[in-house]
Ligand binder design. Structure first.
Ligand code: 6R9
Length: 658
């Protein structure tokens, strides 16, 4: 390392605040620091600013109706269509030739859709769905990887007022069945397979296995052919080849259906404390306004930008910040099918250079992997087109933040560390890149109009520097409206903890721990429930536990998250064999297999340790904290409150030996 470089590294290491670069501020979408006050003084009217980014078929009467809190309604009696807002209006405005989606296939092929072309495809698919019998409010399940047919199908559903429920393609057959059953969904769009590191993966067999677990009749399954001759498969009677079928509707005109602002746009299942995934319901007006507003204010997206969010559309980040937000603003959204290290570890930077990407939004787990691979990969490419970087999904450690800032942003791009959730629909806590100073490791202040704070167990705000829990006092347009078919659980999960229903005071509890500093910057510490965050993906430990105890020969299991250098957290399983069984390799394999079958490869355990007992408190509760410390290799605290302190050493020894 040269002396200059060494000086620079040393300076960066010590620096803990960063001003937004002048060159960025000069062109930013939001630059007036008065925006915070403006939103506060004119709340909830301030949210008109978000609604104004959309085209409404029918003006709304009121911004917010809180008469049945916490079942809030936004932009009441307004009418609009999400697909119209993401497509037609740009074409009508003369921007039909602008690129909407720039797709990069894993094998190096590309597909480019202008707004006009995307609209055509969406209309054809919408006509096809309608002819299959899909009616307004029917839930259509989309079980697809990162291929253009996925956003096309989402927008086609939105066009005819059929909510979609996207199931992440990496999820298992069981996960597909659970979600289709819960949503009572009779239509499915899937694909034959897809590529991972050059290999063709079979997706249709997994789909068919999942369909066997669907309890109601599935009317139609449409299968996209991604693999061509790379996979032979037979279509069942109710299954159709997507290309053949959609070809029959080429050139169709399908008028966008005006939807009430509060009509459901989509369902998205996410993990919670108990076993069953939660069906988070998002609506048309509030969600779209909020994803567009945050794309504008935080990601600084403009129509002539090329913007790339490297998330998968199967997660909320892809919904809000690959599809709905960016397309509502008429920008070019890059979509990458594959893995960051195929064919080589510079793939991401090659895509940035080739497409002259202006804005790049990714996850800390990816940044940690880039960092591990080394600076030579980004250095092979010209990244000077970049003007803003973002991260989401989990806390980013200051070292990874600084690496991203220096080696990807060339110290010229602000970084937005955006905290939010499937349930919030869009970003909640983050700096505004044209206004705020950045503090690596801290997400920043709540966005204008978002009344978030850090409180103790009694709901009192904690002092600067003390740890507590994030809560949000005001509703916001992008919030979930309920859990599908389960209003009761909606209240229990998010509102019970800190609200005072008698006083009609409602406080949203996201179940994250945090600290706040004297400038109101919030540092997120992680989940406080039984959810772990593996590579930015939320996994319920209970779901994994129930898969493991379902294995013949396993009596009891505890699943916890342990620290992991790249993934942030990794899955650790502690299990007790039943009498007559050995905790041997075979049992370990069966446990791993059960997790793969019930959730998918993202939940692959880092370690499965067998033990004759689990550490329990005197009241019989499993001491998860202790298991987490063992998994993370931390020093173990006091174990004297345990009923069975000896077991801890046994387990720790086993884990460290592996
Ligand atoms: C968007 C998304 C939500 C959970 C959330 C929190 C964690 C997300 C974060 C972050 C620290 C950030 N999380 N962003 N933690 N800093 N910038 O990830 O949604 O999959 O529902 O996960 O992710 O723990 O509660 P989702």
């Amino acid at each position: 390392m040269s002396q200059d470089n060494a000086d620079l590294e040393a300076r960066l290491e010590e620096q803990d605040t960063f001003e937004p670069p002048e060159s960025f501020v000069e062109q930013a979408n939001v630059t007036d620091p008065g925006v915070y006050e403006e939103f506060e003084e004119n709340w909830p009217g301030c949210w008109e600013r978000a609604a104004d980014l959309l085209s409404w078929d029918e003006e709304y009467d009121a911004v917010l109706d809180d008469s049945d809190a916490p079942f809030y309604e936004w932009f009441t009696n307004g009418e609009l269509n999400a697909s119209y807002n993401c497509l037609d209006r740009h074409v009508e405005d003369g921007a039909g030739d602008n690129v909407a989606i720039e797709w990069e296939g894993e094998l190096g092929e590309t597909r480019t859709y202008t707004y006009e072309e995307l609209l055509d495809e969406v209309e054809d698919t919408a006509a096809m769905l309608r002819d299959l019998g899909v009616e307004e409010d029917d839930i259509v399940t989309l079980y697809m990887p990162m291929i253009p047919e996925l956003p096309i199908a989402m927008l086609a559903c939105a066009r005819i007022g059929a909510p979609h429920s996207v199931v992440f393609a990496g999820f298992s057959a069981d996960a597909l069945a659970t979600r289709m059953n819960s949503a009572d969904s009779e239509y499915l769009i899937t694909c034959d397979g897809y590529y991972r590191r050059g290999d063709a993966l079979d997706h249709i067999s997994k789909t068919n296995e999942g369909l066997e677990g669907v309890e109601h009749e599935v009317s139609d399954v449409v299968v996209v052919d991604r693999l061509g001759d790379d996979l032979d498969h037979e279509l069942a009677d109710n299954q159709h080849d997507y290309d053949d079928l959609v070809a029959e509707y080429e050139g169709s005109t399908v008028e966008p259906v005006p939807r009430d602002s509060e009509d459901m746009l989509f369902l998205m299942y996410t993990s919670g404390t108990t076993g069953q995934p939660k069906g988070v319901k998002h609506t048309t007006g509030g969600y779209l306004a909020y994803s567009a507003w945050t794309s504008h204010a935080v990601l600084d997206i403009e129509a002539d930008d090329t913007y790339w969010c490297s998330a998968d559309i199967g997660w909320i980040t892809g919904h809000s910040y690959i599809v709905y937000g960016p397309l509502a603003l008429g920008t070019t959204s890059v979509m990458y099918e594959g893995t960051p290290d195929y064919p080589d570890k510079d793939r991401m930077w090659e895509i940035v250079e080739k497409n002259e990407v202006d804005i790049f939004y990714t996850a800390p787990t990816a940044i940690r992997a880039f960092m591990k691979w080394g600076t030579e990969y980004p250095e092979q490419h010209d990244l000077s087109s970049l003007r803003l970087l973002g991260t989401v999904g989990e806390p980013i450690n200051p070292r990874a933040w600084k690496w991203y800032y220096k080696h990807i942003g060339g110290e010229e791009c602000p970084i937005v560390d955006t905290w939010w959730q499937t349930e919030t629909g869009g970003m909640m806590i983050t700096t505004l890149p044209g206004i705020c100073e950045m503090k690596p490791g801290s997400a920043g202040p709540p966005l204008p109009g978002i009344d978030a704070q850090v409180v103790d167990a009694n709901g009192e705000e904690v002092d600067a520097g003390k740890a507590g829990y994030v809560t949000v006092n005001n509703p916001w347009p992008g919030m979930l409206r309920t859990l599908y078919n389960n209003d009761e659980r909606f209240i229990e999960e998010y509102w019970q903890e800190y609200s005072d229903p008698d006083a009609d005071e409602w406080v949203y509890f996201p179940e994250d721990g945090a600290k706040i500093d004297e400038d109101d910057y919030i540092t997120i510490l992680g989940r406080v429930d039984d959810v772990i965050n593996v590579s930015g993906h939320r996994l319920g430990t209970m779901e994994i536990e129930s898969a493991v105890v379902g294995v013949e020969g396993i009596a009891e299991a505890a699943v916890v998250g342990g620290d992991h250098e790249v993934k942030g957290e990794a899955v650790y399983v502690y299990a007790i064999p039943e009498d007559g069984y050995e905790g041997d390799e075979e049992l370990e394999e069966r446990a791993a297999e059960a997790i793969l079958d019930s959730i998918g490869p993202i939940a692959k355990p880092e370690e499965i340790a067998f033990t004759h007992e689990l550490p329990k408190t005197r009241s019989g509760k499993i001491m998860r904290r202790l298991l987490e410390d063992i998994a993370s290799g931390n020093e173990l605290g006091n174990t004297s409150t345990l009923r069975n302190p000896d077991v801890v050493d046994d387990i720790a020894e086993q884990v460290s030996n592996d």
